[in-house]
Design a protein. Structure first.
Length: 539
């Protein structure tokens, strides 16, 4: 990495100072400092280089005819081009719609149609997926396809122009402009992020720049980021988690190492090769690292700070083994980190307490009619903030769903929580994932926690299925270790020995893997409900 690797001598950016303006200020003050590093290719980008490249992208797309207010879908692997394109689009007032690189067929078509994309910028390896969608029926608003890499336009309708990204604005010097040209306001939109769709069709979340700034400012406890730190981001860019660490890096003037997705075999190599001090881990990733055989390098890497979502039960042992400290938060695409634990995680089941300081979060747990419930009772988490534009601006093209989510002046998260007398919040379940069984509301999250304690279970997911007795029975999908001899009866006996009878599964199905969202690794339970077959009943 370049010796000019940090640029954190600017004054602390205001919470509401949008990221493009911060990028421009750092390019002016510390242009040669490293901003981003691609873990796969080793390529680096400086602040000055990123701003200039974004300006060329902006100029080239404008020359094509793309106008402010248009939506442009992107389907590119997490790379330096992700940010050249993002800042280039926002520079000309165009909304980016990042797509998962796993999208195909109906899912790909849904997002392109729903967002009304005028153009698609994608890697050449995904062009065939787009062509397959266009063969089914044309997308009337789609006018341009911009390919990252070489391309073969065969199969693309003649109504769509196909170009190469590296040819867009290649000779332009449009990026060499003053800092003021890059300023944005907190209420202006940064992108449209489609939700994971764990309970239904994905919706496009309108994400203001003020929300991006609030997420970046609140991911870690105050004082975490120090001169010389290097951040690591193993998430794809179609989710707020994938954009979060580069946003933190630009905000604090720290280099960020990006990788398209988590790799257990490359994680510690990346940490050591690039001297990464700070990284996020969803629980599935943390469990993989924790369960790996002990290594003499454990605890001797540069890694010190881990944001773990959610915290695994063995977090204390994880901290000791790998020489790190752990914090956790609660966030979702629509908000900007409402709960934080700090560096002293008191209970691995808790998401922490209400975030202190800007943007001034206020939280409630409410019943179906929005009346606040008592501490210890389960209710839906609703929130609002004192500073405007630090939460979502609604759902793209869906005014009724926007109004429903924002009813009575509070944003309704759709997540069930309980709060203890000490002010700690505990995630219970997605409202739509809760199981009603024998007069009890059963948390699928808590059933899964019990099952994961079995040493032969790698992962699992619980859903409700119709019961002949009324209400629902519990069906469990389980992924086991290689060569496991675990039976359905074993799983049921394991839960029965540890949990109330109403939490014991009726059906168990062993599967090689669980369908997951790409960025957050959340299980797509809607897909599991649709499958339904293959269960074994154990009396």
């Amino acid at each position: 990495m370049s010796t000019a690797s940090t640029a954190n001598t600017l004054d602390e950016p205001r919470l509401t100072w949008p990221l493009p303006g911060i990028l421009a200020a750092r390019a002016r003050a510390h242009g040669a400092a490293v901003c981003l590093i691609d873990a796969v290719t080793g390529e680096e980008e400086t602040y000055e280089g990123l701003l200039s490249a974004a300006g060329r992208v902006a100029h080239g797309l404008t020359q094509l005819g793309i106008e402010p207010g248009d939506t442009v879908a992107t389907m590119i692997t997490h790379s330096l081009d992700t940010y050249r394109v993002w800042f280039g689009l926002t520079h000309i007032g165009v909304l980016e719609v990042p797509l998962s690189t796993r999208y195909k067929g109906h899912m790909l078509r849904h997002v392109l149609e729903d967002s009304g994309a005028r153009a698609v910028i994608l890697d050449e390896v995904f062009l065939d997926e787009l062509v397959a969608v266009l063969e089914g029926a044309p997308l009337p608003r789609l006018r341009w396809v911009v390919v990252r890499g070489t391309h073969d336009a065969a199969g693309v309708p003649s109504s769509v122009d196909v170009l190469r990204l590296d040819e867009i604005g290649a000779s332009s010097t449009a990026g060499d402009r003053g800092e003021e040209d890059w300023e944005r306001l907190p209420h202006e939109l940064s992108m449209v992020l489609y939700t994971s769709g764990t309970t239904g069709a994905s919706k496009g979340v309108l994400v203001p720049w003020g929300q991006v700034g609030s997420v970046a400012a609140g991911a870690f406890p105050e004082g975490t980021h120090q001169d010389g730190d290097v951040l690591y981001c193993p998430f794809p860019p179609n989710h707020i988690g994938g954009r979060l660490f580069p946003a933190i890096g630009i905000r604090h003037g720290l280099p960020v190492v990006i990788r398209e997705s988590f790799s257990a075999s490359e994680f510690w190599r990346d940490i050591e090769r690039h001297h990464c001090t700070t990284a996020p881990l969803v629980s599935a990733m943390a469990n993989i690292l924790w369960r790996a055989p002990a290594d003499e390098r454990d605890g001797r890497t540069p890694l010190r700070n881990v944001l773990m979502l959610p915290v695994i039960d063995e977090f204390r042992q994880f901290e000791e083994r790998f020489g790190v400290r752990i914090c956790t938060v609660f966030n979702m695409t629509e908000i900007s980190i409402a709960l934080q634990s700090g560096w002293e995680v008191e209970d691995p089941r808790s998401c922490g307490r209400v975030r202190v300081g800007p943007p001034g979060y206020e939280l409630r747990l409410v019943d179906d009619n929005d009346w606040e419930v008592e501490p210890g009772q389960v209710g839906e988490l609703v929130c609002r903030t004192e500073e405007p534009w630090t939460l979502n601006a609604g759902y793209f093209g869906r005014p009724e769903q926007t109004a429903a989510a924002w009813r009575n002046g509070w944003f309704h998260t759709g997540d069930a929580f309980r709060r203890d007398d000490a002010g700690r919040y505990y995630f219970v379940d997605r409202i739509k994932d809760a199981i009603r069984r024998r007069g009890e509301n059963v948390s699928s999250f808590e059933v899964e926690r019990e099952v994961r304690d079995h040493p032969e279970v790698v992962d699992c997911a619980a859903i409700g299925v119709p019961s002949p007795l009324g209400e629902e029975d519990i069906k469990l999908f389980a992924v086991t270790v290689a060569d496991s001899t675990l039976t359905e009866a074993d799983v049921i006996a394991h839960v029965a020995a540890k949990a109330p009878s109403f939490m014991v599964p009726t059906f168990v199905e062993f599967v090689p893997d669980l369908p997951r969202t790409q960025a957050t690794e959340r299980v797509r339970k809607a897909e599991l409900r649709d499958s339904q077959g293959g269960a074994s009943r154990v009396e």
